[in-house]
Ligand binder design. Structure first.
Ligand code: SAM
Ligand code: SF4
Length: 335
């Protein structure tokens, strides 16, 4: 009989899991208002997986059929050994792993762009919610737009394809969405818009700035026809061609258009917890198993985690909901 723990990853609803997001740190050099509170309590270092532990777990997931890995956080580029980790995982490219990518705020990208390309990364997501320096500093609580722009230049020089992630925020950056789309088009970037999700306390009510992307799409359509594209990158975004432009417009709409039915993702936190869904608390702890029993102790836990994957998240914003769906911030589970 075949060893069930060597089988490919399929959850209890028959969804094949091929995409692992690894949050390599919960720390960040920004404090985006929709993501974090101003004062955050980060994990002590000894609770965080070492590079070697993350790499071993990545090996195991690739052996079990994961073909795409995204390094994220927190801010992945604040982790000191990120280059070694990227190279270590990148060794699997072409040998089980089809793609290694990264999501970053771009602040330290100028330093790391060449390293990422050397490690085999070819596409990155850079989060950028405003092209106005003062507004960018407001949203990120002190971030330097110039550093991000230098990072983007370095990424282009290093040969990394860039997709910009922009969280749509009512009353904050809604008047910049069309300009951002046009700017991405001139830069050769794609743009993905994201609805703000109710994850973790942020000192404020997300409902105040929640902007349904259905409204944004209606506005864009007044000047550019949008045509749905079959293009997929393995994530939740649905893409559209924009009339008169090269840029692809991605929409991540957890609130207005649930995308869970074909979810292929699981997420590992920097302390080795596997979450099967951004919006649920259920998880399996790999760190203790790995530290006490090594990889043989972890393999059966993967199967337990698969059984925990829920049919869908249960996000609501406004509608009398006052609490986030989870106490975890996106930066812990990894966006
Ligand atoms: N620090 C990196 C960055 O900002 O790109 C990677 C981690 S961040 C958590 C990943 C993505 O999640 C970013 O594009 C960010 O804008 C998005 N994000 C964070 N909190 C969010 C929330 N509550 N709702 C929607 N998107 C969120
Ligand atoms: Fe940091 Fe990314 Fe969260 Fe902004 S969205 S606070 S850059 S982890």
């Amino acid at each position: 009989m075949a060893d069930p723990s060597s089988a490919h990853l399929t959850d209890g609803l028959g969804r094949r899991i091929t995409y692992l997001r690894i949050s390599v740190t919960d720390r960040c050099d920004l404090r985006c208002r929709y993501c974090m509170a101003e004062r955050m309590q980060f994990l002590p270092k000894n609770q965080v997986l070492t590079l070697e532990e993350i790499a071993l777990l990545a090996d195991l997931f690739i052996a079990r059929g994961v073909t795409k890995i995204r390094l994220t956080g927190g801010e992945p580029l604040v982790r000191r050994d990120i280059g070694d980790l990227a190279h270590r995982i990148g060794r699997h490219l072409g040998q089980g792993l089809d793609e290694l990518t990264l999501t970053t705020n771009g602040v330290r990208l100028a330093v790391h762009a060449d390293m990422l390309h050397d490690a085999g990364v070819r596409r990155i997501n850079v989060s950028l919610d405003s092209l106005d320096a003062a507004r960018f500093a407001h949203i990120t609580r002190g971030g330097d737009l110039n550093a991000v722009r230098q990072g983007l230049d370095a990424a282009a020089e290093a040969g990394l394809a860039v997709k910009i992630n922009m969280v749509a925020l009512k009353g904050i950056n809604d008047n910049e969405i069309l300009p951002m789309l046009r700017w991405c088009n001139t830069q050769g970037f794609d743009l993905t818009l994201i609805e703000t999700m109710p994850l973790g306390d942020i000192e404020g009510d997300r409902a105040d700035n929640y902007l349904p992307l259905t409204h944004v799409v209606d506005t864009i359509r007044q000047s550019h026809a949008l045509t749905p594209l079959p293009h997929r990158t393995g994530g939740p975004a649905r893409y559209h061609a924009v009339e008169g432009m090269q840029v692809r417009l991605g929409l991540i709409t957890p609130l207005t258009n649930n995308f869970c039915a074909d979810c292929n993702r699981i997420r590992m936190t920097c302390e080795g917890k596997i979450f099967m869904c951004l919006g649920h608390e259920d998880h399996v702890d790999f760190k203790t198993a790995l530290r006490e029993g090594g990889l043989p102790a972890v393999n059966p836990l993967i199967d337990r985690a698969l059984r925990l994957k829920p049919a869908s998240h249960d996000f609501h914003i406004g509608l009398g909901e006052t609490h986030p769906a989870t106490r975890r911030h996106m930066s812990v589970t990894g966006g």
